[in-house]
Design a protein around this ligand. Structure first.
Ligand code: FAD
Length: 511
């Protein structure tokens, strides 16, 4: 049976479950996949930045939490934990025969679907690539923790958020918890990081604001040991796109999640994919879940009823759950803005071939940034990301983060019972062209004659934001308006931009 057939059948069962009042079990034909129905106090969906922080903070206050994750728990910190850029395999993709990573240049034969690391949420105009694993986006992400400036923050973010408080309390708190510090001078001076130094040189020549190291959740002593040959290289050779094969990166599965588990209050369920959410007649929250094996086959249906439900499935999937619940009538009176104010954080990934040697196996993760925030053309952060190519091809890859001019949205299609993303080309607007001009200036300063816009070649984002935005759908605490006990606590809260910073500042919601 294919995944699609299973999904269609499971949607039906999910809807039966959703409409079953309180503890009444849905009736299923004999021989069907078993159904288990249980009661919980608090259910948190997703173990990324939002979910792991939510689980930890609730558990620290003595609340028993059931933390649900569709993906696997990976052996982070160990050798050969993850696929590598030049040897991708089925572990890359979330239940897909093809490589779901954005801008992937390595062709591979169709593989047997697996509960792998990256889901590609297909949309009209753009696809959103998001993580599927315990620790969410913290496994594949680079981890640049740029803090936006107050004026840019206030230009984008809902008025309900107080920048002063974030600046003095929560940004430093999140940086400290992630152990995020900039690349030290001695590491930057090593041959592995020649490409980062060249980038800084070209930025200066281009007349843009000087490039500086930005805080990264990296143990730089581990990188020093890699450079000294005491540890096999991983971070220092930049092969981090699917996760770091060794120690040194403070992903959530090695930081917040073990802390949450150590409270004894957190029940973590992996390979549990939430299908629907609904409110029952008693005002309790009901979640229908498919328990999967690693081939994606549904082994069991689980229905949890809880007093409180936290949606932390990341912007695309939290939004899909809410939009479907609204479209199917599973939750009545959801705010009108559900699904709206979605965007990409202004991603512009560009590869340029410069005239100077840039080194093979360039040191990672992305570590230096020029923050061009006062330019009359509009603000942009331009970040250098080392590439693990085994030969020196003079390659310079940069990630531009600007403020998009418009938004896309998720809408419900009753015929397919799906929530679908639409992102109009004009949503990136003139701001994208203005950002591209500055990225190209840096390349030209390095003698580049070509500029390959990976974002145009394969329209995708790694940085989905919005869909259940503060001030429209939720209050500043993530409480969904008019729905007691229902919360959103992830990237869906922010209106399609984090103001030229990286979206992982989502982590700041320690409120
Ligand atoms: C390849 C890649 C590179 C990135 N690089 C950077 C970077 O360098 N810097 C940066 O700041 N940001 C980066 N990001 C973005 C960053 O990872 C996200 O902004 C951040 O993880 C969002 O946090 P979140 O809590 O909203 O969601 P996520 O971290 O995405 O967590 C959501 C979790 O919910 C789970 N989930 C989803 N749907 C369901 C369901 N139906 N049932 C059960 N579980 C579900 C997912 O498996 C996932 O674990 C990158 C993202 C990707 C994918």
């Amino acid at each position: 049976m294919t995944t699609r057939q299973l999904n269609r059948r499971d949607v039906l069962k999910g809807s039966i479950g959703a409409f079953a009042a309180s503890l009444v079990l849905p009736r299923l034909p004999a021989g069907a996949t078993p159904v288990r129905h249980e009661r919980r106090r608090v259910v948190v969906i997703g173990t990324g930045f939002g979910g792991s922080v939510t689980a930890l903070r609730l558990a620290e206050r003595g609340v028993q939490v059931t933390l649900i994750e569709r993906g696997l728990r990976w052996p982070s910190g160990q050798r050969d934990a993850f696929p590598t850029m030049f040897k991708p395999d089925r572990r890359v993709s979330w239940l897909s025969e093809t490589n779901t990573a954005a801008g992937n240049l390595i062709p591979s034969q169709p593989w047997k679907p697996y509960t792998g690391l990256l889901e590609r949420v297909k949309g009209n105009g753009i696809d959103a690539v998001c993580a599927a694993a315990v620790g969410g986006g913290s496994l594949p992400y680079h981890g640049m923790s740029v803090q936006p400036r107050g004026d840019l923050f206030n230009r984008v973010m809902p008025g309900e958020l107080d920048y002063e408080e974030l600046d003095t309390r929560w940004y430093p708190y999140a940086r400290a918890n992630l152990g995020a510090t900039p690349i030290p001078d001695d590491v930057l001076a090593s041959p592995h990081y020649l490409s980062s130094r060249r980038f800084a040189e070209y930025v200066k020549r281009a007349g843009l604001p000087d490039a500086h190291g930005v805080p990264m959740p990296i143990d730089w002593d581990v990188v020093r040991r890699e450079i000294a040959g005491e540890l096999p290289p991983s971070i220092s050779t930049g092969d981090v796109i699917y996760g770091v094969n060794g120690p040194g990166k403070r992903s959530l599965d090695t930081s917040y999640i073990p802390k949450a588990e150590a409270t004894g209050k957190v029940e973590l369920l992996t390979l549990h994919r939430v299908n629907t959410i609904s409110r029952n007649q008693d005002g309790k929250w009901q979640v229908t879940i498919e328990r999967l094996n690693t081939d994606g086959v549904v082994l069991e249906h689980v229905i949890f009823t809880s007093d409180a439900l936290f949606l932390c499935a990341g912007s695309p999937n939290t939004t899909k759950l809410l939009v479907r619940a609204q479209g199917r009538g599973d939750i009545s009176d959801l705010p009108d803005g559900v699904g709206e104010w979605w965007s990409t954080n202004g991603d512009l990934i560009t590869t340029q071939i410069v005239s100077d040697p840039m080194g093979a196996m360039q040191g990672g993760p992305a570590n230096m940034a020029s923050l061009d925030w006062d330019n009359p053309e509009g603000p942009v952060s331009i970040i250098f990301a080392g590439i693990p190519i085994p030969v020196d091809a003079h390659v310079m890859e940069t990630i531009g983060i600007f403020i998009p001019d418009g938004h896309g949205r998720f809408t419900y299609d009753g015929a397919t019972d799906q929530a679908t993303l639409t992102f109009p080309p004009e949503a990136h607007g003139p701001s994208m062209a203005a950002a591209r001009r500055r990225v190209d200036r840096i390349g030209k300063a390095g003698g580049s004659l070509t500029s390959l816009d990976m974002t145009a070649k394969d329209p995708t984002t790694f940085h989905a934001l919005g869909g259940a935005v503060i001030g429209k759908v939720c209050d500043a605490y993530g409480r969904v308006l008019g729905q007691p006990g229902l919360y959103v606590n992830d990237g869906a809260l922010f209106p399609g931009s984090t103001a030229c910073a990286k979206p992982v500042s989502d982590d700041l919601r320690g409120r």
